[in-house]
Design a protein around this ligand. Structure first.
Ligand SMILES: Nc1ncnc2c1ncn2[C@@H]1O[C@H](COP(=O)(O)OP(=O)(O)O)[C@@H](O)[C@H]1O
Ligand SMILES: Cc1cn([C@H]2C[C@H](O)[C@@H](COP(=O)(O)O)O2)c(=O)[nH]c1=O
Length: 243
């Protein structure tokens, strides 16, 4: 029986790696798959993993109709047994419904990968629809960690190193290595969009995975280091933080 499975987790927990591994394992057994992604950090029409793997994929745009895509593929005689759908948080709810219909009416497996919530801890509309419709939602086993060592459950956005809780829901970007204060290679925001070629113009946008406690208290690795290096107490009770 075909299934719609949503593999979810925070940023940087290995979703794209798993997406490429699943494609490899299924195709190695003679199954035929189609790969999709949307706004991958590495550019258009690819699925890229931080482990260095990168594979060509069809870019999902706001007007992409998965049902039409599949009908077209089949009309051209292409066999399709499964779909790999990365960055699924960026798909529209209607596109998620198309994926569910493909599972039920065409008996094609759909493996979707994405983060559930944004930097404000609110569900992406596409992820919400996936949680509502998926046969199974599977949280990835590999856990991203908060700077405090706890399991990271939330994604924080930083602007010029400062955690923010307001702004556009979608800004493509990467997690900052916690050891660097300011990475000139990080994406910058210019005029409402992301433009890596125009580095000096806008603020530096970064992401960091945090536990809920530190997300709610807005304590990033940088904030914690700053406070640890001074006499200023952390903005919370350290005894409570150990709980
Ligand atoms: N240099 C490295 N050595 C080993 N593992 C790494 C390295 N860099 C990244 N990873 C692994 O890759 C994971 C991120 O994989 P990726 O598929 O890009 O994540 P996601 O798609 O969830 O954002 C990290 O959690 C880590 O486990
Ligand atoms: C939290 C959050 C993330 N994003 C963007 C940043 C990245 O481009 C992707 C997530 O990619 P990953 O492979 O899971 O690391 O989503 C965003 O646009 N808005 C957010 O709130």
């Amino acid at each position: 029986m075909a299934e719609l499975i949503f593999f979810s987790g925070t940023m940087d927990c290995g979703k794209s790696t798993l997406a490429l591994q699943m494609d490899h394992n299924h195709s190695a057994r003679g199954r035929a798959g189609l790969l999709f992604s949307s706004h991958d950090r590495a550019g258009e029409s690819v699925i890229s993993s931080r482990l260095g793997l990168m594979t060509q994929a069809t870019e999902v745009r706001s007007d992409t109709d998965f049902w039409e895509e599949l009908v077209r593929s089949r009309t051209h005689g292409t066999r399709v047994d499964y779909l790999i759908c990365d960055e699924a948080q960026f798909y529209t709810p209607v596109q998620i419904e198309q994926l569910a219909r493909i599972v039920d009416d065409m008996a094609i497996d759909v493996f979707a990968f994405g983060i559930t919530s944004d930097f404000r801890t609110q569900l992406f509309p596409g992820s919400r629809r996936l949680i509502e419709l998926a046969d199974r939602t599977q949280v990835l086993q590999v856990e991203a960690l908060c700077w405090c060592g706890r399991r990271a459950t939330h994604n924080a956005r930083t602007v010029d190193g400062v955690m923010v809780v307001e702004g556009e829901q979608m800004v493509v970007g990467d997690v900052e290595p916690s050891s660097t204060e300011s990475d000139p290679g990080q994406p910058r925001l210019t005029g409402g969009g992301l433009d890596e070629l125009d580095l000096p113009a806008g603020p530096v946008i970064g992401y960091e995975t945090l536990c809920r406690r530190h997300h709610m208290r807005r304590v990033t690795a940088h904030t914690a280091r700053t406070h640890a290096g001074s006499d200023v107490p952390l903005p919370f009770d350290p005894a409570a933080a150990r709980l």
